[in-house]
Design a protein. Structure first.
Length: 511
């Protein structure tokens, strides 16, 4: 298990996340041609950004999984499970669920833009999950803000100590390479591999002003502490240019060397260790129609403990009876191959027809339930109106599928016929309309809903009945059939909580 590194890549749009993903895969030998992950021309199809809307807009709107191997400098082979997350704050729920399945993360920052407001929300998601973070400041070959300013912003946004592990030798038009603090070696453009081992002078390849910066950085920032990093108290910072392939080798070596191996996972029976013999795992993502030709449906499972073998029987917690996993999949984005075995930390795909849902635990004995995969109260609510009323059945199927994936949440009002979808951000609504048309051949419109937010109701049968009798027009069921209070405002939520102390109005619901 110590040779597994399961990590996510997180960033705001246009920070260079897809390019960095590509270069990491190049370093690992998983691809052999730059542009295979994402290319602007029609000659190549996107790999990690494979949806139509992703290719049209040039952004990631769903998480993808890529597995590859690389031989470390010490000769050991490390298996990397790379999860590429959506780059937009509107998909922070998908990012949160993805972070439940990883042991560490790389945060990518644009050197010119620094920490953008929407990036802070992604930082907060990382902090919620207590995931150790390595920060990669990208595009240092372009004009940008000062290195110290960027480091201060990272420290402020993450509320962590920052530890620079490398340093750019000039930026923008005077960029000359990256100095590795560990080895005092400068990574330079191809054909120039000089090493810096003497005093820091312009003649040695480092301008005096940058040499002074390096002295200040080494003296002013804390030294790297492995325990502090893995505990989530410190983030090592690497500088580089993914496009120019600077700093990428150092970054992947850092993941292999410092990032934690598979960690214990929380459950209702306490933490489950990866050293456990029983095969256990949980579904953190469901993706429908990755292959439109076959209308497939894949559940992504993080293996927590035991050695999984193809064909073995596992019991999904929501089903209660064992199922044989005959065709488990290892991913390279949209490409796939059959997995004969898998170890803790690995991500495998399980083809199914609706039996597996996000939050399900799979195990041999059906005695454990993994926790920490909630739904969050939506921030935008819209009614769904069909352009063709005869497509009601198709719409219901599509909304159920997309709510299982986590793209949206769907609520069925107790009074009235129009279903309501809830999302965190506007872009999710654009994805909804695009996918309804592309994958389900359903044309729909979104209309304003009379509600602002929703809360799940918990309480005794008597308390729920008393509340229902007076608030039927504000009640709905989610796709599990659980009662939901549809509120016109946050004030409405507070008022009802005060008026009904025997009920809990919850902003989250464990899946």
């Amino acid at each position: 298990m110590s040779n597994r590194r399961t990590f996510a890549i997180i960033s705001h749009p246009d920070a260079g996340k897809t390019t960095l993903t590509e270069k990491l895969l190049l370093q690992g030998g998983a691809i052999h041609l730059a542009g295979e992950v994402k290319a602007r021309g029609q000659a190549r199809r996107a790999r990690s950004d494979w949806m139509k809307i992703e290719q049209q807009r040039g952004i990631s709107v769903t998480s993808s999984v890529m597995t590859f191997e690389r031989t470390s400098p010490d000769g050991s082979v490390v298996t990397f499970n790379l999860l590429d997350t959506p780059g937009h704050e509107d998909f922070s729920e998908d990012t949160y669920r993805t972070l439940t399945a990883v042991d560490s993360a790389i945060m990518v920052i644009d050197a010119a833009k620094g920490i953008e407001p929407q990036t802070r929300k992604l930082f907060e998601v990382c902090r919620l999950r207590s995931v150790p973070i390595i920060t990669f400041v990208n595009k240092v070959d372009r004009e940008g803000r000062s290195v110290f300013e960027t480091l201060d912003e990272v420290a402020d946004a993450l509320a962590l100590d920052v530890c620079p592990m490398s340093w750019p030798i000039g930026m923008g038009g005077v960029f000359q390479g990256v100095l590795d603090f560990a080895t005092d070696t400068i990574s330079r453009p191809e054909g120039d591999s000089r090493e810096f081992l003497g005093k820091r002078t312009a003649a040695e390849g480092i301008p005096d002003d940058i040499a002074e910066e390096i002295e200040l950085a080494r003296g002013g920032y804390p030294a790297f502490d492995l325990e502090a990093y893995r505990h989530g108290d410190l983030t090592p910072v690497y500088f580089g240019s993914a496009l120019k392939n600077f700093g990428v080798a150092e970054l992947i070596d850092a993941i292999a060397r410092y990032a934690p191996p598979p960690r214990p996972q929380p459950s209702d029976a306490g933490t489950i260790s990866p050293e456990g013999k029983e095969v256990t795992g949980f579904i953190f993502k469901v993706q429908a129609n990755m292959d439109p030709q076959h209308r497939d449906r894949i559940a992504f499972m993080r293996l927590v403990s035991g050695t999984f073998k193809r064909g073995m029987k596992l019991t999904p917690s929501a089903l209660g009876k064992p199922v044989a996993i005959h065709s488990p999949i290892l991913f390279f984005a949209q490409d796939r191959e059959i997995a004969d075995t898998a170890e803790p930390g690995d991500i495998i795909g399980i083809p199914n027809h609706g039996t597996l849902r996000v939050g399900d635990t799979l195990s041999e004995t059906n005695k454990v339930r993994f926790t920490g995969l909630p739904n969050f109260a939506p921030e935008i609510l819209r009614r769904v109106a069909l352009k063709d009323p005869t497509k009601t059945k198709q719409l219901r199927k599509a909304l159920d599928d997309l709510s299982e994936e986590g793209v949206i949440q769907v609520f069925y009002p107790e009074l009235g016929g129009q279903w309501i979808v809830g999302v965190v951000g506007q872009l999710q609504l654009d994805v909804l309309i695009s996918r309804l048309e592309a994958e389900y051949k359903v044309e729909a419109m979104l209309e304003a809903a009379p509600f602002e937010t929703a809360r799940w109701l918990k309480g005794s049968d008597a308390a729920l009945k008393g509340f229902t009798d007076f608030n039927m027009a504000h009640l709905a069921k989610d796709r599990d059939g659980d009662p939901v209070f549809m509120a016109r405002s946050s004030w409405d939520v507070s008022y009802q909580q005060e008026k009904n102390p025997d009920l809990v109005f919850s902003a989250t619901k464990e899946r």
